[in-house]
Every structure is written in structure tokens, then in C-alpha cells.
Design a protein around this ligand. Structure first.
Ligand code: ZN
Ligand code: ZN
Length: 352
């Protein structure tokens, strides 16, 4: 790759709200231990919207995006395990120190030194991406399309938070609060993981697109709009008065979080995915205590989440296509970001 070559990239240019633009930037050069990836598809995450709104850490100027699939086009001279032409997805846990207690206990995903693509180092909303730690890549099966594979990272979050930390069990009655991309992925993953029944809860604001999509997804047994029906009555009726075994909180809203405590059974589990974007929120602590609920906070993914996620998408147990409402080039970012924020879209994928 010649030094003079440039590419288009979606860049957060400085600290503050907004401050995103498509820029012409140099194609990155790689070091001896790194690979260069031609990005084929890149998913827009809630994190990208949080960075747009200035409520997630980032080091500008930085190319946004961490959910990618692509092809290795160049390898550093010390890289042995990969070759050009390999189709890959990659974990975002780059630049973890490898030395701290978290790293040494196998938890590099929350190492304080970690700087992920898309906020800590340049990300995947560009034609090429320098990827510094090839051991974090995973090979894509040939049967999985790049567009579908752009959803491996968010699916890996759901796998980690529901299977690995939320302890989904066969025949569980699962309630998902929040029918956004993560909630709908969680619904499909729960059914694939053995849930007996899956209910998804949303509001009138989700009626434009998200709840109608939920009604089309076969893995989802019940779709509840809280502005029209009382989810507690429905869930209690369906569970002989016990409540849900597992509640997946994917709304990040105070009323959603409060309702998780109403809907969960005694000794049940709540697993939470995603941020509230607020410094503090109120929640019914004593209800949780009286029910002896297990509440799990989650951040990011484990190495083990990735191959499971790839399997769920490749086998069609998770249908990525029904969630991808927006796809196109980087120049569409304004429209895509605004639609996703205003619930007029579910998942957006760029083809940079
Ligand atoms: Zn993400
Ligand atoms: Zn560390």
C-alpha cells in the first residue's frame, strides 16, 4: 500500500456533542505484529451514538466503529496465524495491558488500559482498518455473509450477558425489556439457548418499527406494549403467578429497569445490557431484596462468546437480516444515526 493513498472515514473530530464528519484520511500503515483489514461491513452500535452525544469515553480525532467484518489484505512480518484473503471478525479488546489483575485473570475486556477500535484507536467506519492484535480475530465461515457478520459483536454481547453471565437455563420463561437491536438479538438468542417462552416488552414509541418487527420474529412468543397492556398481569398469568425466570433489561430506561424487578420471579435473574446514559437512576431496591433476585451488570464480551455468536448467526438461529433496516455508504451517516436514535431503524450497517 503506497503511503500516499487515502480513504474516506467517519471521524469524531474533537471532544463535544456532534463533531462527526466524513474525512479523507491516509490508509493506515501496519506494524510487524499487525494486520490490515479491508472492512466489508460495519455495524452502527449504541456506543457510536453515545460518542456522537458525548457520553462515552473517546480519544479524538478517531475513526468511529467497532463492529466489523472484512478481509485481511496485508499482514505484518511477525504474524503467523493469518494470511491475506482470510475473512474475519474481531474482538474490540485491543491494547489491554496483559499485566494487570484483570488481564491475568482472563478479563482483558475490562482492563483499564484497553483502547478499542472506534473510540480508543481508529475503528472500522473506513475502507481499511489497522488491527493491532490479530490474536483477537475470529475466522468467519464461508456460509456467513459480511453483512450478517457485522452483527457478530453485538450478538457476542448478548451471548455473554445471557448465556455466560445471566445463566439462561433450558425451559426458562424469558422476558426482554426493550425491543431495540440488542433486545431483539437477545430474544432470538434466548430461544436458541433453550428458553421455553420469550416475551418482548416495548412502548408506544416502539410501535413504528421495533414492535412490529418483534411480532414477525418466530422466536418471540409474546409482544407486549406497556402503553396498551400491563406486562405484570400477562407475565404472571403465563407463569402461574411466579414471574419470569430471567429478565433481560435492554431498554436502559428507568421505567424499564423498574419493571424488570416487577416481572422477575422470586430467586429469578435479571441480566442488564447497555447503559442508561444517566449518572443515577431510581430502582426498586427492596423489591429486588424481597425477591432475592440475582442482578447482573455486564460490560463487553469474553473470548468464548465469539464462536457461539458466529454459530448462532451462521446457523440462522439468529436472523440478522430482519434487524438490519439501514444499509449503505458512510455518507449516509447523518440519516442513519438520526433514524436509529429516534427508533425509526433497528440496526444500521455501513459498507465503507
Ligand atoms: Zn457494539
Ligand atoms: Zn490489563
Amino acid at each position: 500500500m503506497s503511503k500516499m493513498e487515502t480513504m474516506k472515514a467517519l471521524v469524531k473530530t474533537a471532544k463535544g456533542k456532534g463533531l462527526i464528519e466524513v474525512r479523507e484520511v491516509p490508509v493506515p500503515e501496519i506494524g510487524d505484529n499487525e494486520v490490515l483489514i479491508e472492512v466489508k461491513a460495519a455495524g452502527i452500535c449504541g456506543t457510536d451514538l453515545h460518542i456522537y452525544n458525548d457520553n462515552f469515553p473517546y480519544w479524538p480525532p478517531v475513526i468511529l466503529g467497532h463492529e466489523f467484518s472484512g478481509i485481511i489484505t496485508e499482514i505484518g512480518k511477525n504474524v503467523k496465524d493469518w494470511k491475506t484473503g482470510d475473512r474475519v471478525v474481531g474482538e474490540p479488546h485491543t491494547l489491554a495491558c496483559g499485566k494487570c489483575w484483570l488481564c491475568r485473570t482472563g478479563n482483558r475486556q475490562i482492563c483499564p488500559e484497553k483502547r478499542s477500535p472506534g473510540w480508543g484507536i481508529d475503528g472500522c467506519f473506513a475502507k481499511y482498518m489497522r488491527y493491532p492484535e490479530p490474536e483477537l480475530l475470529h475466522k468467519m465461515p464461508d456460509t456467513l455473509s459480511f453483512e450478517e457478520a457485522a452483527l457478530v459483536e453485538p450478538t457476542a454481547n448478548v451471548v455473554s450477558d445471557i448465556f455466560e453471565r445471566g445463566a439462561l437455563k433450558p425451559a426458562d420463561f424469558v422476558v426482554i425489556i426493550g425491543p431495540g437491536p440488542i433486545g431483539l438479538l437477545a430474544a432470538m438468542a434466548s430461544k436458541a439457548g433453550g428458553a421455553a417462552k420469550v416475551a418482548v416488552v416495548g412502548t408506544d414509541l416502539d410501535e413504528e418499527l421495533r414492535l412490529p418487527t418483534a411480532r414477525k420474529i418466530k422466536s418471540i412468543d409474546y409482544v407486549i406494549n406497556v402503553n396498551k397492556e400491563d406486562p405484570s398481569t400477562i407475565v404472571m398469568d403465563l407463569t402461574e403467578g411466579r414471574g419470569a425466570d430471567l429478565v433481560v433489561e435492554a431498554s436502559g430506561s428507568a421505567p424499564g429497569i423498574a419493571s424488570a424487578f416487577q416481572l422477575v420471579r422470586k430467586l429469578g435473574r435479571i441480566t442488564a445490557i447497555g447503559l442508561t446514559g444517566k449518572e443515577k437512576i431510581e430502582f426498586p431496591y427492596d423489591t429486588g431484596m424481597f425477591k432475592a433476585v440475582e442482578f447482573t451488570f455486564n460490560l463487553s464480551t469474553l473470548y468464548s462468546s465469539w464462536d457461539k455468536s458466529i454459530h448462532l448467526l451462521d446457523s440462522g438461529k439468529i436472523d440478522a437480516n430482519i434487524l438490519t433496516t439501514h444499509k449503505g455508504g458512510l455518507e449516509k451517516w447523518k440519516e442513519f444515526f438520526s433514524d436509529l436514535e429516534n427508533k425509526k431503524g433497528i440496526k444500521g450497517v455501513f459498507f465503507p
